[in-house]
Design a protein around this ligand. Structure first.
Ligand SMILES: Cc1ncc(COP(=O)(O)O)c(C=O)c1O
Length: 301
């Protein structure tokens, strides 16, 4: 089985998943004291690697984990893709850094400890049906903390709400805070009204998604107006289109929210346009020589 053959990267070494050992004293295990990134590889090429790296550096600073070993990171992730024979496919890298190993106590250890770095590579499932036809989502209260801008590994509210979505034949759950849609369990939310795209502005209440940033730039390049203002949850039905974005979901149309059909129940015109432009960048002609850094402004707070 694929899982058993998987080679992972742990603290400087490539090892088989069965040989990868992490101490129960790891603060990631005790406290979810760590951060993570997910980077997508399109046939051996990482998409927006530097954007992910910059976000990770910022997150490490926010949670005060002292990890600076970034020089060979792209080489290491590339090697992990190759070792798992994922060069010709669409694949993901999961990368996690925790504060390190120490007997359990809330405060940081007095003596400095070495952060734990772990990565694995996996084939991305195909969502072609959902990308083509759109998905249903549910809506629930956003019970998460006030620092959702940090990509922290503690994801229990996201897990519980995603499970609820799955149990309701939905593919995502929109979070509502003070009657505004913030984001979904693992994606950002966009709505369209009269050909104007609207999305929550980057703030402490959402993750500043890399795909969100790319989509905003696609809109600007296409002359589509973007309004970075929160979407009112109680008036979602007045919008013509909805879609979500994320490294995994890419640009996914939403055609049903709870029991309400959005628009005519089919992915909307603006969503389709943005999706096509995104796929040109990732699956299409630009994927091989795409230099994202020259195109999109670097990630800022
Ligand atoms: C809560 C949340 N919001 C948004 C996103 C989308 O971010 P990105 O486009 O960088 O993958 C994710 C991705 O996992 C997420 O977990």
């Amino acid at each position: 089985m694929y899982l058993q053959e998987n080679i992972v990267f742990l603290n400087g070494a490539f090892v088989s998943i069965q040989k990868a050992c992490i101490s129960p004293y790891d603060r990631g295990f005790y406290f979810a004291d760590g951060i993570y990134e997910v980077i997508k590889y399109y046939k051996g090429k990482p998409f927006c690697f530097n954007e992910h790296l910059m976000r990770m550096k910022k997150n490490l600073g926010e949670v005060r984990i002292n990890f600076n070993d970034f020089d060979k990171l792209e080489e290491t992730t590339g090697r992990l893709i190759s070792l798992n024979r994922l060069n010709g496919e669409y694949a993901g890298i999961y990368l996690q850094i925790t504060r390190g190993v120490y007997p359990r106590m809330h405060r940081f250890p007095e003596k400095s400890i070495i952060p734990t770095i772990y990565m694995n590579a996996y084939p991305y499932p195909s969502y072609s049906n959902q990308l083509t036809n759109g998905i249903k989502v549910i809506m629930r209260e956003d019970v998460r903390w006030q620092r959702c801008d940090i990509k922290a590994i503690g994801l229990l509210p996201n897990v519980l709400m995603y499970q609820e979505a799955a149990e309701n034949d939905a593919m995502e759950c929109f979070f509502i805070r003070n009657n505004y849609l913030t984001e979904a369990t693992h994606s950002n939310i966009f709505a369209v009204k009269d050909e104007v795209v609207q999305t929550h502005p980057d703030s402490n209440l959402i993750l500043p998604g890399i795909t969100k940033k790319v989509v905003i730039q696609i809109c600007r390049n296409s002359g589509i107006k973007v309004n970075e203002y929160p979407i009112r949850a109680d008036s979602f039905s007045r919008y013509d289109e909805f879609f979500i974005t994320g490294t995994g979901n890419e640009v996914m149309p939403v055609i049903q929210i709870e029991n309400t059909i959005i628009g005519n129940g089919k992915p909307g015109k603006i969503t389709r346009h943005i999706q096509n432009e995104f796929f040109k960048m990732t699956y299409g002609q630009l994927a091989n020589d795409w230099n994202f850094e020259n195109w999109v402004v670097s990630y800022k707070n």
